[in-house]
Design a protein around this ligand. Sequence first.
Ligand SMILES: [Zn+2]
Length: 249
Amino acid sequence: MTVNKPPREAISRNNMELLTNCLGVIWKDFVALIYPQRCIGCTTPLVKHEQYLCTRCFLNLPFFESPYCQNQKLSVYFSFLPKVSSVKAYLVLNKKGLTESILYGLKYHGNKELALLMGKHFGASLTSKGVLKADYLIPIPLHPDKEQKRGFNQSREIAKGLSEKLGIPINDEVIIRTKEEQVQSKQDKVTRWHNQGGVYTGVNVDALIGKSVILVDDVITTGATMVAVCELIGPKVSEITILALATGK
Ligand SMILES: [Zn+2]
């Protein structure tokens, strides 16, 4: 019986790959030893398998405790939109609290992986409390110029994490943001509401006819963004669930 031996070049190529991987891991551990990643909450060095937050800070995050992350205040707030069946939020947004540090990290420190990670945690928390079903997850889009500047859309990264845990596909080809964002912090509530008119445009909203969708955003502040998107897709879809990583209590 003859045994086909792998060619000598293939063996040396495999060995080289193995060696490169090992060196990569050693180098990463070495760098982590000299410059340890620090917790964004308490700044203590993170240990292996911790990302962005140490275990203590993660467990002390201000989670919404009501069943299924259901946010009663927001559910009432959006109740005038007939297709909105529920509003769920993961973290309570407090001034100068840890949730604010997380959101700031997503928006201004380019922490793309943090957005994905928080999406996964949110998704895991939702699946542990029951099954959330929908045809699509739709992340709220950024204006293309802003997305290019930031390098990513934090809501899409959160949606990716949610998608992994909920098993619901992302559809980010139906809405685009056509108006640049104004500096919201300098506007009062009424001005913010007025500025939402015509901010979003449907591209292929007919693809949503009869579908149940989950809208995903990093934070709900005035709710004007969500209302604008709900009004845009509402006439097409059968049901809307709103998920936000954070909102005020
Ligand atoms: Zn910490």
